[in-house]
Design a protein around this ligand. Structure first.
Ligand code: SGN
Ligand code: CA
Length: 535
């Protein structure tokens, strides 16, 4: 890989009003490292009480910082979540409503504002917004498979130049992150977006983690065999089930080397990116799985349980590489004396289903994927081991960083700085928001999750599936945390329903999404990359 990135980009001048890079008033401001993974969910983090895996380095961030228990994606999908984070605005205003959009890079973003204020800005890893990054002194983004990136020998576009790197994607992205830190840290405060590909589908572990969970049997979620009784059409008509949607080749890796190399399967392209010695390790690790599958001839619930185990083994092994990456970043910052001078955030672009409701993937405004992990370590302001229930959204991240950097948060950013929560041991400010907003657009498309919008308060959730069906769902989050009983039509909840509908109207006014059903028709006539949005 490119060991010195200094040569490939020019350092910008500091903004007017600030003294030269490296002078005291600039250096007083904290560095910011925003670590974001792809599809990592709180159920797979021990610091969130997950019972699947130990994540010691994520736990260290929680122990030395603050854990947010109620931070939510406003649209649980990659590109839209990333666009919200960059702009501090919801999708209908930043223009990126689903993964087929192209980000308008000319608009205001928090990295641009930090760069103008004298920060050195960088992004390494998954970008997934199709237009080239703007507002970064250094950028190196994965390009394979429509910008999803490859697990092995990943390809990057680095400051406009294509490069292919040897190695495993999480490690390569981490190397690039550490190189960026080393290159800029003596000159100015920096803001680095470290965006992992892992643990995105199809969950290919690092060579050292292949097979690490082969002898482990993971607990099944209570709702693995959900029958959707008491829910609407949307939950029944999705295409993201462990039972039906996981693919034998791509997801479950049920092909031998000879079968893969014969071609005509989805594994071929990703398998042949691995060095041959890794392919051999892969073969030995998956051979018992393939043999078991072929000899047992399972069906029904037994087969679903079995698929769930294989899914967890690969997903969680992939998470392990991310946890190790966080450890490397922390060690590196410690070694170069920047650890306590840096706001370190860990999050994911959204949560994920790990078998809950019988599903993988995300998209729904249900808890497992609407909720994002969000950990913040910054000892100068954040009490170690603190926890907050403050309702946060991904549009809050940019305002929070600007606030800590001493940059005014522009009026048109819709998010709100989380700084008062962070500085006050997690206490929710009195004038804090009552609800978070959600609006998902990508339908018809992969996984067939219907368009919907809604709000979540501390104790209730209201959802409207609005396009080809017109169905409301409401969940009592205290009595029914797994969202199994739709109480929207339940007379016992009639006053709560009225209250939630009134609040939804108020929230939609506040976020200028007052006519979502009409507006989405207009949105989908724009520049589409691959979905047919005419329906
Ligand atoms: C790929 C995956 C989907 C996933 C989307 C979006 N399919 O298309 O399962 O929902 O990415 O994910 S795959 O067969 O190619 O693995 S996102 O996180 O980028 O929004
Ligand atoms: Ca994602």
């Amino acid at each position: 890989m490119n060991k010195s990135i200094k040569a490939v980009y020019a350092l910008p001048m500091v903004a007017a009003g600030l003294s030269a890079c490296g002078s005291d008033d600039v250096r007083e401001r904290p560095n910011i490292i925003f670590i974001m993974t792809d599809d990592h969910t709180t159920q797979a983090m021990s610091c969130y009480g997950g019972n699947l895996i130990e994540t010691p380095n994520m736990d260290r961030l929680a122990e030395e910082g603050m854990r947010f228990d109620n931070v939510y994606a406003t649209n649980a999908l990659s590109g839209p979540s990333r666009a919200c984070i960059l702009t501090g605005k919801l999708g209908h205003l930043n223009g990126f409503t689903d993964n087929a959009c192209r980000f308008d890079g000319s608009q205001q973003t928090f990295p641009k504002l930090l760069q103008e204020a004298g920060y050195k800005t960088g992004i390494v890893g998954k970008w997934h917004l199709i237009s080239e990054p703007e507002g970064f002194d250094h950028w190196s983004i994965v390009t394979g498979q429509e910008e999803q990136g490859d697990y092995y020998s990943p390809e990057f576009l680095e400051n406009g130049t294509p490069v292919t790197e040897d190695g495993y994607v999480t490690d390569v992205i981490t190397d690039k992150a550490l190189a960026f830190i080393d290159d800029v840290r003596e000159e100015a405060p920096f803001m680095l977006m470290l965006h992992h590909k892992a643990p995105h589908r199809n969950w290919m572990p690092a060579p050292r983690h292949l097979g690490m969970f082969n002898d482990v049997t993971f607990p099944e979620p209570e709702t693995l065999f959900d029958d959707y009784e008491g829910r609407g059409e949307a939950a029944r008509s999705q295409d993201m089930s462990v039972a039906e949607t996981l693919q034998d080749d791509w997801d479950l890796k049920l092909l031998t080397r000879e079968e893969i190399l014969a071609g005509n399967n989805r594994l071929y392209d990703v398998y042949t990116r691995m060095p041959e010695e890794v392919q051999h390790k892969w073969d030995s690790v998956y051979a018992p799985r393939i043999a078991e599958y072929r000899s047992r001839k399972m069906s029904g619930k037994e087969l679903v349980s079995w698929k769930y185990q294989q899914y967890m083994r690969d997903y969680l092994a992939t998470v392990t590489s991310v946890d190790e990456s966080i450890g490397r970043v922390l060690d590196h910052l410690e070694a170069c004396g920047e650890l306590d001078n840096t706001i370190i955030v860990y999050t994911s672009d959204q949560g994920f289903f790990l078998g809950e409701h019988g599903w993988f993937d995300k998209r729904f405004m249900y808890e497992e994927c609407q909720r994002m992990p969000f950990l913040v370590r910054y000892p100068a302001a954040v009490k170690a081991g603190s926890v907050t229930s403050a309702l946060g959204m991904n549009i809050d991240f940019g305002p929070t960083f600007l606030d800590f950097a001493g940059v005014d948060v522009p009026e048109d950013m819709q998010g709100r700085s989380l700084r008062p929560v962070l500085e006050n041991e997690g206490t929710v400010p009195e004038d804090w928001r009552e609800a978070v907003y959600y609006h998902y657009y990508e339908y018809p498309a992969e996984h067939l999750v219907k368009r919907h919008y809604g709000i979540r308060t501390a104790d209730c959730k209201l959802i409207h599936f609005y396009n080809d069906i017109d169905q409301w769902e409401m969940y009592d989050m205290t009595a029914d945390p797994h969202e199994l009983r739709n109480v929207h039509e339940d007379p016992a909840y009639s006053s709560k329903r009225e209250e939630m509908h009134a609040l939804l109207t108020k929230v939609q006014q506040e976020y200028q999404d007052t006519d979502p059903c009409e507006k989405e028709k207009v949105l989908f006539q724009g520049d589409r990359r691959f979905f047919d949005r005419t329906k």
